[in-house]
Design a protein around this ligand. Structure first.
Ligand SMILES: *Cc1c(COP(=O)(O)O)cnc(C)c1O
Length: 399
């Protein structure tokens, strides 16, 4: 009888006790709105921003309602508007092109490599078509950020980083989100900290951040922030920036602060799980592991591998075989968008040319969540099941 995994791929850990206690305090005093402070009180949201800015070594931080909202706000702050083109990854999640579309702009998709990062050659070829690059570190894979920033400088591209999967990661010693003019993070349940929904924006640019603060719906209360630019930065901006409400509230901030203090330890736990899987999937015929560059300090909250040049039927056979044994794989080659998984061709509001090289890779991308509720033994079992199923199908189809 073949073994079956019984864990749940969508089960998070509970909110830490100190987060629950802080949330209860907010519920008891009732001041959930970030600008509703008692005398001498500093709102949880303002403290969260101050702490995350310090953690990332950023001058400024703004907490908002979601990661998608953070990205749209960054685009607006950079002056992106209707009809503008924005370069972005062909391999990413729907809220990324969605943020671009939300400001009336049009994505120009840039291809993906076998390392699952943005294709810098394709980027160089398309760089002159836009002024802004929304760079998505999809599934936590960081491209060569030194090369990317050099290329962006050369072409005068403004880089905004989508760090939904790289909160806590580094490239060449630098925190992810600190190379671009703004870094955007998500605090949604499936990311690295969990407040259900939520987002964070960091920057060193006082003008961009003043705009972002106004956009988020600060009314004229930006003086209550602790990680916002000084009042001078708002002098002009306050009259010309619309309020597009998307603030974070004190309840979420209270839940997040203790989680951010634990971020480093949590990231290490994710990576322990990753290495158990990755070592066990070494030398599985037909399966291509993703190379991780030396300079990348990643956070593996998910795991990807490639079944490169496999037929649809063979891939479906692997997915079905794994699913029967309790292992849920997501497939970026599915012609229909399913649940959270879709690709550039399914975003029909954003026209695109086919990209055969990227399509070949996307067709082979297998993706799996790695919640921290899985033990190392769970990960070893998942790896055995994947290896079994890939081997079974590989032998049958003689792929
Ligand atoms: C989740 C996610 C986002 C946006 O996060 P939300 O908080 O859900 O809006 C952005 N980019 C990527 C790659 C994501 O996975």
């Amino acid at each position: 009888m073949s073994e079956i995994f019984t864990g749940n791929f969508t089960q998070q850990e509970p909110i830490p006790e100190d987060g629950i206690a802080a949330a209860m305090a907010v519920l008891q005093h009732g001041r959930l709105h970030r600008y509703n402070e008692a005398a001498d009180e500093v709102a949880e949201t303002a403290l969260l921003e101050e702490e995350f800015a310090a953690q990332m070594g950023a001058k400024y931080c703004l907490a908002v309602a979601s990661g998608g909202y953070a990205m749209a706000t960054a685009l607006r702050a950079c002056g992106v508007g209707p009809g503008d083109k924005v370069l972005t990854n062909a391999f990413t999640l729907a809220p990324v092109p969605g943020a671009i579309a939300s400001v009336g702009a049009e994505p120009i998709f840039v291809g993906v490599t076998e390392g699952l990062v943005i294709d810098l050659e394709d980027l160089a070829a398309k760089a002159d078509q836009a002024k802004v690059l929304m760079l998505s570190h999809m599934r936590g894979h960081l491209c060569d950020m030194d090369a990317l920033m050099a290329l962006a400088d050369q072409h005068g591209l403004t880089v905004i980083e989508d760090c939904a999967h790289t909160m806590g990661a580094k490239w060449n010693g630098r925190w992810s989100g600190r190379d671009g003019v703004m870094g955007c993070y998500s605090c949604q349940t499936y990311k690295h900290v969990n407040s259900g929904e939520g987002g964070l924006l960091v920057s060193d640019d006082p003008d961009l951040m003043a705009r972002a603060v106004m956009l988020s719906g600060s009314y004229m209360l930006y003086g209550k922030h602790r990680a916002a630019p000084p009042p001078e930065a708002f002098e002009h901006v306050r009259y010309v920036t619309p309020n597009i409400s998307g603030r974070m509230d004190n309840l979420r901030a209270a839940i997040l602060r203790p989680q951010l203090r634990d971020l480093g330890a949590q990231c290490a736990r994710w990576n322990e799980r990753y290495w158990v899987l990755d070592k066990a999937l070494n030398q599985c015929p037909g399966l291509t592991r993703i190379d991780r560059p030396q300079k990348e300090e990643f956070v593996a909250s998910s795991y990807q591998f490639l079944l490169l040049d496999w037929s649809d039927d063979a891939i479906k056979d692997v997915i079905d075989g794994c699913l029967k044994r309790g292992v849920e794989l997501k497939w970026f080659g599915n012609p229909e968008p399913v649940a959270f998984t879709s690709t550039y061709a399914s975003w029909r509001y954003a026209p695109s040319e086919p990209m055969p090289d990227s399509d070949r890779i996307l067709h082979g991308v297998m993706d799996m969540r790695l919640p921290l509720t899985f033990s190392l033994e769970d990960c070893a079992q998942i790896a055995r099941i994947i290896k079994d199923e890939v081997t079974r199908v590989f032998q049958k189809h003689g792929s």
